[in-house]
Design a protein around this ligand. Structure first.
Ligand code: FMN
Length: 401
């Protein structure tokens, strides 16, 4: 179904927007982006250095709000040291930096795969100078990982999917169910894929459902939790500050939530998208953001999740598993889209945090890092059209050489 929003223009007439072309989201939504902003998806063109080539693949990793919070130090020979760019975190929706570290895990996994593809094996040492503190506000410059290169490295079949992977932030086709067999392949393949290297020791579990009886409660959870994020001024503003509208802003930033549809550009040009305050109830921006989350929730044709304890190591390992699962989904031709709102650890979200743990794990929300925690929660289904690749900043901006 192609739901359309209409906006009455000042001089008369209307503009229409498909529901994918909305005002606030979690990455790139609608339209195609300037070629330079998405050049990362061509792979490491013209790069000959093994480490730089590997990093060029790793920066395509999925990451919260497409902040790309990676600082990569190449100054030591045969070593890659990964740190967090502390300007690129989400204090309101991710106060413990848990999601940011999942994004680091995804980066590490692609880095290891891209090294292996070039015949280079890697030893990944997490927290070589100790773990980052539990509160984001106390984070310092200590590295997340030190990767030492050595001869070897076996190419990974999933590597073929790296540059094809997309996160579909659009309504799914409700006329196409996801077959239980496909879910089994997605979970089985990802579980088997996880039995490699250091990850095998991480006590994480992958689960999911496409059962029609289970979907309504999970869809409702997505929608109810999204409303909390959208209606809590400080969490809504966190997204608004990261929103880039039109080719100029997208090219300038090459990160965040990129919006490039004619509808959004027109709304912005008309001054109807005020980025200094949360959208007023009933405004075009408000209805648009609400409609988008409602559509995503309603069209979820299944769900997958990753659960396990919640130490800093578990968070990084979750990211490694998550990107492998999304690469597996890419190979299987099914869309996989995180709906992270219910997992966010801010006070107003607490009832939904409790509910997601009850629905997925049948137990209360965790009280400590050793308690089972829902780390990733994603809807699955078939996108109705092509899903665009999201921008990435130039490689050089993330490198210390
Ligand atoms: C830990 C984590 C949480 C995420 N949560 C959401 C989410 O709640 N909603 C969403 O639209 N995308 C979410 N994403 C996906 C990112 O927005 C997406 O990876 C990013 O915009 C880059 O797009 P790409 O994956 O297509 O390259 C999440 C990704 C990660 C790693």
């Amino acid at each position: 179904m192609n739901r359309r929003n209409f906006i009455r223009l000042a001089g008369g007439g209307t503009i229409a927007a498909a529901s994918g072309s909305t005002l606030v989201g979690c990455g790139a939504v609608g339209g195609h982006y300037p070629a330079e902003a998405v050049e990362a998806w061509n792979g490491p063109v013209g790069e000959t250095d093994v480490r730089r080539r590997a990093v060029a693949y790793a920066i395509t990793a999925p990451n919260p709000h497409n902040l790309q919070p990676w600082l990569v130090d190449l100054r030591e020979r045969d070593v890659i040291t990964l740190r967090t760019d502390r300007e690129r975190v989400l204090p309101h929706t991710d106060p413990q930096g848990r999601q940011i570290l999942i994004g680091h895990g995804a980066f590490l996994e692609l880095l290891v795969m891209a090294l292996a593809q070039q015949g280079v094996a890697s030893d990944v040492l997490l927290w070589p100078q100790g773990e980052l503190p539990s509160a984001l506000a106390a984070w310092d410059d200590r590295p997340v990982a030190r990767i030492t290169l050595k001869p070897g490295g076996t190419p990974d079949p999933l590597f073929a999917q790296v540059l094809l992977r997309r996160t579909p932030k659009t309504d799914f086709d409700t006329s196409r169910a996801v077959a239980p067999e496909l879910l089994a392949q997605l979970l089985g393949g990802a579980q088997a894929n996880a039995q490699v290297g250091a990850q095998a020791s991480a006590p994480l579990n992958m689960g999911g459902t496409v059962h029609p009886d289970q979907l309504p409660a999970l869809r409702t959870l997505c929608w109810e939790s999204a409303k909390v994020e959208l209606l809590t001024p400080r969490t809504m503003m966190e997204s608004i500050h990261l929103t880039r509208v039109g080719p100029g802003e997208i090219l300038q930033h090459r990160d965040g939530i990129s919006l490039n549809s004619p509808f959004v550009r027109a709304v912005s040009a008309l001054g109807m998208f005020d980025r200094s305050a949360p959208p007023a109830e009933g405004s075009a921006a408000y209805k648009s953001a609400m409609g988008r989350f409602e559509g995503h929730s309603r069209t979820a044709m299944g769900f997958v999740w990753i659960t396990g304890p919640n130490t800093r190591n578990d968070q990084v390992h979750t990211g490694r598993r998550y990107v492998r699962q999304q690469l597996q989904a890419t190979a299987l031709g099914v869309g996989m889209h995180p709906m992270s709102q219910a997992l966010q650890e801010f006070a107003e979200m607490a009832p939904h945090y409790e509910r997601v743990h009850q629905l997925v794990l049948g137990r209360p929300a965790p009280r400590s890092a050793s308690d089972p925690t829902v780390q990733m929660f994603c809807r699955i289904g078939y996108p109705q059209g092509e899903v665009p690749a999201t921008p990435r900043r130039p490689l050089a901006k993330m490198l210390l050489t």
